[in-house]
Design a protein around this ligand. Structure first.
Ligand code: C2E
Ligand code: MG
Ligand code: MG
Ligand code: MG
Length: 293
């Protein structure tokens, strides 16, 4: 009986693997066509200042409109792009598209020099030999002010080689690009990296933020991360803020900025620009009221 079970388990495993391989290949083919036929789109999620409630930046997040499956989550297809190597082309598309949007918004007076748009960079893309040259080329083709573009990297990037990571980051810093450490706290030894990496911003992962109203240890963790970031002179952003209670606590801890459904999910460009102009008008109204009172 034990033997039977063992054999079944092996067959099951094989079927599973075959299934996985075939799914990966189908998706790779679909993704190949997706690049050519422009099925990708950038969505934008506002980053808001906890003190002023004003939009001070955004994160660009890729969306894939699959012709028959509808919208596919990046959590599903980014890993496939990573495995196949297609992340290099798609990743460059994301950076270029972000720069094109920034340039347009800037020319139309919608974007200030002190606002930052961030793009996510996956480990394989970051470690790719031609990465710095590719970014350099994009910044040459699409001129944007220094400092308005930032890149979100995870510990997955750093773990592959700290020295190499630092050197790539420094080359890109020279071009006016800044860095955030994304999903902070979910990896292994974040704290030892923090001292050495030239990052400007630390993003607290949403898994820590979610339960702060109910869970005392999460509150302690988040408050401690915020305090540490501030002492290190880093900008700190909370991810996944969905409620007023979460926001109140983050404000109390001194977290600089937040993102989350409480303000807005990631949205298409037109919707994002509407949110942005509402935010700017609201601030102008407040300033006028202050002036007249
Ligand atoms: P991430 O960079 O940590 O992005 C945050 C994710 O949390 C996004 O999921 C966002 O839609 C979601 N989110 C934002 N606010 C809330 C909230 O209040 N509640 C909840 N439950 N979720 C919230 P999304 O867009 O599905 O992206 C998932 C991941 O895929 C990203 O995690 C990032 O690692 C990756 N990704 C997305 N776009 C790109 C891209 O252009 N390039 C690369 N390399 N990776 C990308
Ligand atoms: Mg991110
Ligand atoms: Mg994140
Ligand atoms: Mg994440």
């Amino acid at each position: 009986q034990v033997k039977d079970k063992g054999r079944d388990a092996v067959e099951f495993f094989n079927e599973d693997m075959a299934d996985q391989v075939s799914r990966q290949l189908t998706m790779e083919g679909d993704l190949h066509r997706a690049i050519e036929t422009q099925q990708f789109e950038l969505y934008f999620q506002p980053k808001v200042d906890t003190e002023t409630n004003r939009i001070v930046g955004a994160e660009a997040l890729i969306r894939w409109h699959h012709p028959s499956d509808g919208m596919v989550s990046p959590a599903v297809f980014i890993p496939v792009l990573e495995t196949s190597g297609q992340i290099i082309d798609v990743g460059n598309w994301v950076i270029e598209q972000a720069c094109v949007k920034l340039r347009d918004w800037f020319d139309r007076g919608l974007w200030d020099k002190d606002m930052i748009l961030s793009v996510n960079i996956s480990p394989r893309q970051f470690r790719h030999q031609g990465f710095v040259d590719d970014v350099c080329q994009i910044l040459e083709d699409v001129q944007i002010p220094r400092g308005v573009l930032s890149m979100e990297i995870t510990e997955g990037v750093v773990i592959q080689g700290v020295e190499e990571t630092i050197s790539t980051m420094k080359s890109l810093s020279v071009l006016g690009v800044s860095f955030s450490l994304d999903d902070f706290g979910t990896g292994y030894s974040s704290i030892s990296y923090l001292k050495r990496l030239p990052v400007a911003t630390l993003k607290i992962d949403q898994s820590f933020v979610r339960d702060i109203p109910e869970d005392r240890s999460d509150r302690v963790l988040v408050e401690t991360i915020v305090a540490m970031a501030r002492l290190l002179g880093l900008n700190v952003v909370a991810e996944g803020v969905e409620t007023r209670e979460q926001l109140d606590l983050l404000r109390q801890y001194g977290c600089h900025q937040y993102q989350g459904f409480y303000i807005s999910p990631p949205v298409p460009e037109a919707e994002f620009l509407k949110l942005l102009s509402e935010s700017q008008n609201r601030v102008e109204d407040e300033e006028m009221n202050l002036g007249s009172s």
